[in-house]
Design a protein around this ligand. Structure first.
Ligand code: PLP
Length: 497
């Protein structure tokens, strides 16, 4: 197995190179040369393993240049109860008949990003060692709130690495901001950008692919890598939990081995749902992938019409981790759907960069609609949904997950499809206490952030995650805020170049 670039099908690198580089030099994303398969017998075998071993089994299909010992070093270091609050690593809750919440937020930063970012540092340091690169890795991160904290936690004090995180100053929740500003560790940095997430992401991408910056880094014995979902090492761990959840549901008798399920994912950068798509292509019996957006519904429109158009108003919502108009990982999907035609991808993504829009062919649109359905949900409906499912099922969910629940409800009403369904629950409700509490009480709370957490605990009966409770007593280390045009200078300065 090797990896090619979505913008250069002739490229062939091993997984250690793809993971350590993060993004291809041509600006494309690394994709595996073929999608390995998994049989129902293998899934049955996985159902008796613990999570770390399920992950190792699936990783081995993709990381063919890693030894078994290297893979187990990665999975055993990442998926244990020191980092995760539960033995199962990911939990499954029953919401209502035939609908299951895949709770991916029992990790150290309370969002699903931990599922990948706890293991990525081990992938990266192993890859760098294998390639004998003898370089210090500099991780640059653009975050809409959750990736930043999860990456900081994963990389803090990892030898041979340094990490710098950029977040949109007005685009993250107070709790997310506090989590990042109080980050501990000797190799970490955090900076606010006066702009939105797309500005952060574009800035980071531009620095990554700037030949002059690359040369300066080379000379200093440094190299960039990415902890965003453009890095294959971020995406791969996300394939695991869909297969793992299916194995658990079947072993528990909720479904039979071989039964189809639907998967609903609250979506922003298209990483999480793309991982589910890969799981489907491997052989997991997923019927429909349901892509749920908030009011920044560029993906809903795209899936329904075949026209991607980012030229539209940007809204800050109560599900900030989905406030995205340029969904990077769509490039990987379109590469696959367009028959790995790199010329076509360069054309579409060139048009996106220049004109902010592109239109896919009818054939690609049909292929897209065969696997995906899409819908969106605004803030008012998000809060209404949180309230409703709390009243009906005594279940408290966060704002992002509520978007998925609402879009799924509409899908079910419209199609009458009663296939059992897994909803990706992407964050702890505590991470968005203000919005969740407002949804439960019907009016904005006047309490401070920590009193809100206590009130939410009384209502939800969910244990307060220790990492969030401790924030109260931590001091803020990082308060820099810069213009989006100053990102390159800032990075060079921070690295002492
Ligand atoms: C990142 C994030 C999302 C969006 O996931 P993508 O992989 O970017 O589509 C949804 N919900 C939460 C809570 C997140 O942190």
């Amino acid at each position: 197995m090797f990896y090619k670039s979505t913008r250069n099908s002739a490229l062939a690198v091993d997984s250690a190179t793809a993971i350590s580089q993060g993004i291809s030099a041509d600006g494309g994303l690394f994709v595996p040369s073929e999608i390995p398969s998994i049989t129902m017998d293998e899934i049955r075998q996985l159902s008796t393993m613990r999570y770390a071993d399920r992950a190792a089994y699936i990783f081995a299909k993709y990381l063919t240049d890693f030894t078994e010992a290297e893979i187990h070093h990665c999975t055993d270091s990442a998926y244990n109860t020191k980092a995760f609050e539960t033995d199962a690593i990911a939990e499954i809750s029953h919401l209502f008949d035939g609908t299951y919440m895949l709770e991916l937020w029992h990790g150290p930063t309370c969002a699903f990003k931990d599922m990948a970012l706890q293991v990525l540092p081990y992938f990266l340091t192993t890859a760098v060692k294998k390639k004998a690169l003898n370089k210090k890795i500099v991780i640059l991160v653009a975050t809409s709130g959750d990736t930043g904290k999860a990456a900081l936690d994963g990389f803090k004090d990892v030898p041979g690495t340094e990490i710098l995180v950029f977040y949109p100053e007005e685009g993250v929740s107070p709790m997310q901001k506090r989590q990042m500003r109080t980050q501990e560790g000797g190799n970490v940095g955090v900076c606010a950008i006066k702009g939105n997430f797309d500005d952060c992401q574009n800035g980071v991408k531009a620095i990554f692919t700037d030949p002059q910056v690359k040369q300066q880094l080379d000379q200093a014995g440094l190299m960039f890598s990415s902890a965003n979902s453009i890095n294959w090492g971020r995406l791969l761990p996300q394939i695991v939990y869909y297969i793992s959840a299916y194995a658990t549901l079947a072993a528990d008798g909720e479904i039979n081995f071989g039964d189809p399920i639907n998967v609903v994912v609250p979506t922003g950068n298209f990483g999480n749902i793309l991982a589910a798509y890969y799981a489907k292509k491997m052989g997991l019996p997923i019927k429909k992938l349901i892509c749920a957006s908030n009011i920044n519904k560029v993906l809903t429109d795209f899936i329904n019409t075949g026209v991607y158009n980012r030229n539209r108003e940007f809204f800050a919502t109560c599900s900030p981790s989905m406030d995205i108009l340029i969904s990077s990982n769509l490039e990987r999907l379109l590469y696959l759907l367009a028959g790995e035609d790199d010329t076509q991808i360069r054309e579409w993504f060139g048009a996106l960069a220049k004109e902010g829009t592109y239109t896919v062919t009818d054939a690609v649109k049909q292929a897209l609609q065969a696997d995906f359905c899409a819908g969106f949900c605004d803030d008012a409906d998000t809060k209404k949904t949180i309230h409703e499912i709390y009243e009906k099922y005594s279940y408290t969910c966060d704002t992002h997950t509520a978007v998925a629940v609402k879009v799924y409800k509409e899908y079910k009403e419209k199609t009458g499809d009663t296939t059992k369904t897994l909803i990706a629950s992407t964050a702890s409700p505590y991470k968005f206490s203000a919005s969740v509490l407002e949804a439960l009480e019907g009016a904005p709370s006047t309490l401070d952030e920590y009193a809100m957490i206590d009130t939410l605990a009384e209502r939800s009966k969910l244990e307060i995650p220790a990492a969030l409770a401790q924030l109260k007593n931590k001091s803020e280390r990082f308060t820099d805020s810069i213009a989006r045009t100053d990102m390159k200078d800032y990075v060079l300065r921070q690295l002492g170049l």
